[in-house]
Design a protein around this ligand. Sequence first.
Ligand code: GTP
Ligand code: MG
Length: 360
Amino acid sequence: MAVSCPSSLSHISLCSNSQSARLLLTRPDKSRFKCSASQTGFFTRLGRLIKEKAKNDVEKIFSGFSKTRDNLAVVDELLLYWNLADTDKVLDELEEALLVSDFGPRITIKIVESLREDILAGKLKSGSEIKDALKKCVLDLLTKKDSKSELQLGFRKPAVVMVVGVNGGGKTTSLGKLAHRLKKEGAKVLMAAGDTFRAAASDQLEIWAERTGCEIVVAEGEKAKASSVLSQAVKRGKLEDYDIVLCDTSGRLHTNYSLMEELISCKKAVGKVLPGAPNEILQVLDGTTGLNMLPQAREFNDVVGITGLILTKLDGSARGGCVVSVVDELGIPVKFVGVGEGVEDLQPFDAEAFVNAIFP
Ligand SMILES: Nc1nc2c(ncn2[C@@H]2O[C@H](COP(=O)(O)OP(=O)(O)OP(=O)(O)O)[C@@H](O)[C@H]2O)c(=O)[nH]1
Ligand SMILES: [Mg+2]
């Protein structure tokens, strides 16, 4: 297994050349955080820092939801002239607006019926009170599950994050953008090119490695197994004191049994090198696929246990309601949203900002 280092060190073999590994271990790297034993909160802090920064960037996060905003603009019109006698008609139209925005039938009914109950009980007496209740209802749905939207990186280095999902959803791109964010916070990041199916896949990740100034472990030879690339990367991460190893994987259909089995081997291989790893298995879901993402997420979750979601392409034709459906139906937190193809276009998910963005 060769380990490719695009920056200063070219092709060393970790297995056969432990001398190189030792050299790398002692190489000073001033730019990164120090993580002493007393700083057990290093990873917690890293996850939180990233989240806080995003709050400054709310507009950018949800500029992509213009379609959703248009669909939901009807809510303001409906509520502006609302009076008690029109309740059924207004709630019917609200239901339609939510469905068109991909809220999904289950959630839509939940929201509309809870509003109806409060209106009839006299708790909501004006259009603006109904809108506030609607926003609160959506926010509650997004936050009620006791799930953490910050990255959970554990307390031991290196933390290992696997990125999984169906073909073309944005795994490699999201991994690159995530590496950029983590690097900016001072973490020492290693990438692992675990997509061994497509010849061009590791080239694509190498471009991201160069762009973000990260090192990368790639497969040696065409027949290398994904699980062995990932386990080599985690070994190197351990030996060379990396903070985080980000593992890319091949796109696979959730209905393809043997490919899903391969994902289990990847997870096991990583855990063998570092018990407890991976710390996070993030599933990438393409926001433009709407509610079709639900069965994908369910299947991946059943097979490998998904710890967080990255919803991509929200800058495109995605409809925001699917975010609510995914969180409610699966109980898995959305940790990041992809809002473009650039290096900065991955934002931590902030439920409150999201609700304010779709119901301005
Ligand atoms: N507009 C937009 N495009 C994105 C986003 N994320 C990824 N893409 C694009 O989607 C395409 C597929 O992205 P990849 O990262 O290669 O997807 P993947 O899941 O790794 O694909 P496979 O490895 O083939 O399964 C690329 O053209 C990306 O630039 C996003 O948030 N917004
Ligand atoms: Mg890929």
